[in-house]
Design a protein. Structure first.
Length: 333
């Protein structure tokens, strides 16, 4: 093992299986342990050459491990994160990192007392389509942004009806999906949400075992005056898709079904400009890869600031709060 390398572990082998593969291949990481409740996934540990357990505490209690990827079900994220902080382990955690304000405040307080690295898996920042949109904005091709919209159209309703999302004590489609769009909005506008108003329904899952809203829309005021709308549409009858519309003083950008269009005129006779972008099959790898590099080099993790991670989470929690209060709510980061 090379100098300054990290000993790593993964809790949860759904998306965590990818994290484990990244950690096992990274030149500055040695994968020590993986954990999952399903015993039949122990074969993955054999493939990766590491230890396996069905009890996350065994992994967390292992004193040799420096960094833990937490990819368990949403309702376990908080308890796993708290235990990892107590054992002085760096954390890379799947979204959402918590489910309510009490958990949010606890994690934030403990992390502020530590020097631990902490981030979450906002992979869309590295997707070529969003990097291209970022480039268009940075080059001022649409002028100053005044409004931004994003739709997280899930297209996988069976995961709500038959999977763990419908079985845990609470599930939020904003925390589980819309949070990606909120992060992109923060990144693209270079501003933080100030207040929100939300509404939603569960028409698509009516008369099913799924008990929570499956369709939620949040209206957002950003600190720089930009307005936003985020939709977490888990009942969408279409393939999984991220849609965005960014409106500027000189033009507009539209993303739908992996096609980017640029509009620079209000005239219906002026054709839209189709924007091409290169494919990148490894975009999901780069955030965790860079996170490991930052820890081993003892440098600031610049892809996503810790403050932005907390801002996205606080916005989701405030949208859920507004759903209950039916009032405009201030985002407290």
């Amino acid at each position: 093992m090379k100098k300054n390398s990290l000993k790593t572990g993964v809790i949860g082998l759904g998306i965590g299986n990818l994290h484990a593969k990244i950690m096992s291949k990274h030149p500055k990481s040695k994968l020590i342990y993986v954990c999952d409740k399903k015993k039949n996934l122990s074969f993955l540990a054999k493939k990766l050459g590491c230890k396996f357990s069905t009890n996350a505490n065994n992994l967390i209690e292992d004193k040799s491990i420096d960094l833990v990827s937490i990819a368990s079900y949403d309702n376990y994220h908080f308890q796993h994160a708290i235990k990892c902080i107590a054992k002085n382990k760096h954390i890379f955690i799947e979204k959402p990192f918590c489910q309510n304000f009490s958990q949010y405040k606890k994690i934030k307080k403990l992390l502020n007392r530590s020097k631990l690295y902490f981030s979450t898996n906002f992979v869309l920042r590295n997707h070529p389509k969003f990097k291209k949109i970022k480039e268009i904005i940075e080059r001022k091709r649409i002028g100053e942004i005044y409004h931004i919209e994003g739709d997280y159209n899930y297209g996988r309703i069976q995961k709500l009806l038959n999977g763990w999302r419908g079985k845990i004590p609470f599930y939020s489609v904003t925390q589980g999906g819309g949070i990606h769009v909120i992060d992109l909005m923060i990144w693209l506008t270079k501003s933080l949400p100030k207040d929100v108003f939300a509404l939603g329904n569960r028409i698509s899952t009516l008369n099913t075992k799924f008990k929570y809203m499956d369709n939620v829309t949040g209206l957002i005021n950003f600190e720089n005056g930009v307005t936003g709308k985020v939709s977490s549409n888990f009942g969408a009858v279409m393939p999984h898709d991220h849609q965005m519309r960014i409106f500027g003083t000189k033009g507009s950008v539209s993303l739908s079904h992996n096609e980017i269009s640029l509009f620079t005129s209000r005239s219906p006779s002026k054709k839209k400009i189709k924007i091409k972008f290169k494919k990148d099959n490894f975009y999901k790898v780069k955030i965790l890869d860079n996170f490991i590099n930052s820890i081993t080099a003892k440098k600031k993790f610049n892809l996503i600031s810790k403050h932005e991670v907390f801002a996205s989470m606080a916005t989701c929690l405030t949208i859920d709060k507004s759903l209950k209060s039916k009032k405009r709510e201030k985002v407290k980061i």
